[in-house]
Design a protein around this ligand. Structure first.
Ligand SMILES: [Zn+2]
Ligand SMILES: [Zn+2]
Length: 279
């Protein structure tokens, strides 16, 4: 399984427009972050993306997306779905309705699918053909579970219910053979039943916004606390803010690891745009 981080920044992206802070003016390429999205490729070449934020088209051009087998969504905030229209490159509604397009499967919670339908209403209206719009098949991910995973080629995919402030959000576990990977962005609470799902994943990506507390995201310390309760060996922070530079975050992680008594062989790092994990 191969993971490509196509975006790792918080909702405004980094640099923030007009901001002159050390992070936004940093020369370190790791301090430039698109909105959060990952590409997951199975060993058989199946490809899925998690979220299509405002830079989805740029991400697809930069990191390559020769085809797409499904798109998964975490929740409906703008920074995660506002590039959805560009999915038309992978499943396009034909101007001639007699030509069948195989729609792209979209997996999201009922709540998120409802918002997608409202925000992109033209996509789902039968009246409009031509002009280009994506052919999407919205599927409620919460009817799937570890006993009945979503099958996408050789990937088995399981939704992980979490909370993002007052709204529900979905984390995702990807299994292929003995490899397990979890992607848990945009959350500040993970219920016990969901912790049980991700407990034994070898590699986990987790929301860690900044040092200071926040009402809808884990801060660094809270993310490390969650990591302490898991059995994996490799962890990556995502959805990072501009309040600390990437190198400052790495220093803070080392302090927090010591404070929490996390063993040396447990690896906690920042993710950054363009990071590739071959799992
Ligand atoms: Zn977000
Ligand atoms: Zn800034």
């Amino acid at each position: 399984m191969k993971i490509t981080f196509m975006g790792t920044g918080t909702s405004h992206g980094i640099p923030v427009v007009n901001c002159k802070c050390p992070c936004c003016t940093s020369k370190d390429p790791k301090d430039t972050r698109y909105r959060c999205s990952i590409k997951v490729e199975s060993s058989n070449g199946d490809i899925v993306v998690v979220d299509t934020g405002p830079e989805f088209r740029l991400q697809a051009l930069k990191y390559g997306l020769p085809h797409l087998d499904a798109a998964l969504f975490t929740h409906s905030h703008a920074d995660h779905i506002h590039g959805l229209d560009d999915l038309r490159m992978f499943a396009h509604v034909h101007a001639d309705p007699s030509k069948n397009t195989k729609p792209l499967n979209i997996y999201a919670s009922r709540h998120t699918n409802h918002d997608i339908r409202n925000r992109f209403d033209y996509v789902f209206k039968r009246t409009q053909f031509g002009g280009g719009k994506p052919a999407l098949n919205l599927i409620d991910c919460n009817s799937f579970s570890p006993k009945r995973p979503i099958k996408i080629g050789s990937l088995s995919v399981i939704p992980v219910p979490m909370m993002h402030g007052k709204i529900p959000t979905t984390g995702w576990i990807f299994n292929e053979g003995k490899t397990s990977f979890a992607y848990l962005t945009d959350c500040n609470y993970i219920p016990h039943s969901s912790i049980e799902l991700v407990k034994d994943c070898q590699t986990v990506v987790i929301d860690a916004l900044r040092k200071k507390a926040h009402s809808t995201h884990f801060n660094f310390e809270q993310a490390v606390d969650i990591i302490k309760g898991l059995n994996g060996k490799n962890f990556y922070f995502t959805h990072l803010c501009h309040e600390e530079t990437n190198s400052q975050v790495l220093e803070i992680i080392e302090e927090l690891k010591k404070k929490a008594g996390i063993p040396f062989d447990v690896n906690i790092q920042t993710s950054y745009d363009g990071l590739i994990l071959n799992l």
